[in-house]
Write a protein that binds this ligand. Sequence first.
Ligand SMILES: [Zn+2]
Length: 327
Amino acid sequence: MARLTTVVVTLALLASSVAGFAAQPPDAHFSEPQVHLSRVFHIEPVAPPPIRSAPQLIRFPVATVRAISIPEVTIVAETPPAPEATVPPPFIAGEGPWMRGTRVAQTGRVDVYVGMRTFTPEQVRAIAPRLEELLRGNEERFGFQLNRRVSLAFYRPALAPSTDTRGIAYTEEGRAAVFYHPHEDIERALVVASHELAHHLQAQRYGDDAQKRADIVLLEGLATWITGPPWLARYDTSSWKQRARQIRDMGIPLRLLGVQRYGDNIAYEVWASFVDFLIERYGMEKLHTLYESGRGREPGSADYRGVYGISLNELAAEWRAWVETKD
Ligand SMILES: [Zn+2]
């Protein structure tokens, strides 16, 4: 039975540049996030969120081994030793939600679609295995595996909800899309796709309700942190602490609130560096608790004092001091 459900859309918005700040701004700069954007869809009621307990590494069933007929004469002594048992690649059976366009690939966990006037179906089919690799990297960093199959589509920018939107995750629906012109860099699109998959990991780990009221500092900071090295590689750096120093060296003050005026990519990276600091100093479990304490999208809505015993301002001062310490 269909019912009206408000779907909160997590947007990864990318502007074409951050004028004056990046020496060579990548094309994947986020604009003001429209995190309050809600859309109303007629959709099936969503299944209840998975039972949440940490750690959430889910064991996948061992790959099915088909019975094979054994030849009548088997010389056991000459049979080469069986290879070491290997962990099968993660796999979620079934189909992801339908999306517009053509489904060109199904990886272990992702159905991959492509629309018209973006990358070609051949290009998208060719990079599909990379999505699965990026997803696995995300899962290792986050300590949680995807438990529902998702669909991800490559579309032309004209189909984006706003002109500078490069990626969007409809986490309650299990869908995501990235928006690129035919001759743009598909590697950039992959990083954005990975960031959208990180939002799906968040939603599945914390549940739709917590995801809807997540503090944007943590929503985007953590999703960017989860995306990790492929994101940082654009800046020729390998750590969020270094990235924060690069941003500071551009003359941008390291502040958690108001940083969006410098562009969404800068905000997301500053927040990712703050998340990195929180995880390094206080551990992942507290971060999970903090994430779930969000009271809305406003920056700073989570209960920092309740979780860490000090205010967001005090934590921010600790973070700025940490940024100056050696890697
Ligand atoms: Zn995002």
